[in-house]
Design a protein around this ligand. Structure first.
Ligand code: GLN
Length: 488
């Protein structure tokens, strides 16, 4: 049962082959038996109460496609009744008085919360090693990182501890852990998913999305999570759509842009091989490959690591030990209390970003760094528009690797922030442009170890082209079985 997709579980529930309570218990038992450190907070009573309510809806024919289906929430979405830590000591015992819009929508759909999953502190990281609550292990190889920042979400789905999980992507945190854990994830167009109650990292980049086994499941989840929310000032007002409406369209004639900048030095041979094999599979299905150029790709790292810390330094100023968060036990005066509380509450990477962010926003440096980064951000978006828009557009979707390597070993990059930043090279540009992007499993590599570690294929589309991305991914998943492979 735990191997089934969300779609299949939903059918089992609707046909009363299993109850929501039984299903929740099955996954809770798996979570209890797991040693991946994927879950930070589990509460059987809360979960089973939700499951019983779902069973009542199922019995009363008041059920939708997600009623009774279990889901895990990244610990960056605030939840009433469950602790929300954002992976930080700062929020160690924080319980929100309200639910994030995303959580509210899943609750309204009758989904059953299995618990809160681990993540990098305030979603800053690429390996999930920046969590105050310890790293998550990659289910494919427990010596490896699961990717970050949504490492708990990806590991939970890969290890079949949950059929689906919420996640957030600021510079790659849905796609990269999905890639490293061999599961499917999509970051929708910026503004599609409400940021209300999603603890803010970099507000102009943060975007929620789902991680699941299949593209079809991701579509079901997007159907529930997207939509206008007046409590998020950058939420988009668009008509409701069914993201799975074109799943079964063929890909004959699809023009796939293959950016040459995504295949240069720095891309590991094993990753390149798996990605090229996936592209060949698409050709077999009738698509054509077109070489394109996204010349500003390499600037996305410096640009992102100016803009994201700048926004983070502003967003994180609210954690002062007064209104929210950890407060130091001993202090001399008010200023000393702020200093000590923040020094104790935040981890090293978060502090590094607050310092970088404050620096690039400060008088005299704002023009040189922040403003300049914003200008280049515009050019990065223009690269994509040239490829995907207008009468001279070159392709319908763009494909390439998600990450330059397979998962690395826990500890390998812990003391090297720049090595972590470089792991984001292929995901950052999409985030800076606000475009939708997804990761689907497409093979395995070895890295420099003997392990078998998953490789993800990245699919990027134009604004609001999520249905097409899911269609293209679904066609690949009908023709291959990488998404069904499971860790031992
Ligand atoms: N790895 C990137 C960072 O550390 C992206 C994280 C994210 O998308 N939340 O900022």
């Amino acid at each position: 049962m735990h191997k089934l997709t969300l779609k299949e579980l939903s059918a089992q529930l609707q046909a009363r082959k299993i109850s929501a309570a039984e299903l929740a218990t099955l996954f809770l038992d798996r979570i209890d038996a797991s040693d991946l450190n994927a879950f930070l907070h589990v509460d059987r009573d809360l979960t089973l109460a939700q499951a019983k309510a779902a069973d009542a809806r199922l019995a009363g024919n008041d059920a939708g496609p997600l009623t009774g289906t279990p889901i895990a929430h990244k610990d960056i979405f605030v939840t009433r009744g469950w602790r929300t830590t954002a992976g930080s000591r700062m929020l160690e015992n924080y319980v929100s008085p309200f639910d994030a819009t995303v959580v509210e929508r899943f609750n309204a759909a009758g989904a059953v919360t299995l618990g809160k999953v681990n993540c990098d502190e305030f979603a800053m990281g690429s390996g999930n090693e920046n969590s105050f609550y310890g790293p998550v292990k990659n289910p494919w190889d427990k010596a490896a990182v699961p990717g970050g920042s949504s490492g708990g979400s990806a590991a939970a789905v890969a290890a079949r501890l949950a059929p689906a999980a919420t996640a957030t992507d600021t510079g790659g945190s849905i796609r990269q852990p999905a890639s490293l854990c061999g599961v499917t994830g999509i970051k929708p167009t910026y503004g599609s998913v409400s940021r209300f109650g999603m603890i803010a990292f970099a507000s102009s980049l943060d975007q929620g999305g789902p991680i699941a086994k299949t593209a079809e499941d991701c579509g079901l989840l997007l159907n529930a999570m997207t939509g206008f929310d007046e409590r998020d000032s950058t939420s988009l007002e668009r008509p409701k759509e069914d993201f799975n409406r074109s799943l079964n369209d063929g890909v004959q004639g699809l023009r796939i842009g293959v950016p040459k900048e995504f295949f240069g030095a720095g891309l590991a041979a094993d990753v390149e091989q798996a990605v090229r094999a996936a592209l060949a599979e698409f050709e077999k299905l009738g698509a054509t490959l077109v070489e394109i150029s996204l010349p500003k790709t390499e600037l996305s790292i410096p640009v992102y690591y100016v803009i994201a810390p700048a926004e983070a330094s502003s967003n994180l100023s609210r954690f002062d030990g007064v209104r929210y968060g950890h407060r130091a036990a001993d202090y001399k005066d008010l200023a000393d209390m702020y200093k000590k509380s923040r020094a104790e509450g935040f981890g090293e990477e978060v502090k590094r970003r607050i310092l970088v962010g404050s620096y690039v926003l400060s008088h005299g440096y704002y023009d040189a760094y922040y403003l300049q980064a914003q200008k280049i951000r515009r050019l990065i978006a223009q690269d994509f528009r040239n490829a995907l828009e207008g009468p001279n557009r070159q392709c319908d979707v763009i494909m390439g690797p998600v990450a330059p390597t397979v998962a690395w070993d826990l500890g390998d990059k812990t003391n090297d922030p720049v090595a972590n930043y470089l792991a984001d090279i292929f995901t950052l540009s999409t985030s800076l442009a606000g475009l939708p992007g997804m990761s689907i499993p497409c093979g395995f590599g070895q890295g420099d170890k003997n392990g078998k570690r998953p490789v993800g294929l990245q699919i990027i589309g134009n604004y609001f082209d999520e249905a097409r991305l899911l269609n293209v991914a679904h066609q690949f998943q009908q023709a291959t079985d990488w998404h069904l492979r499971e860790p031992a």
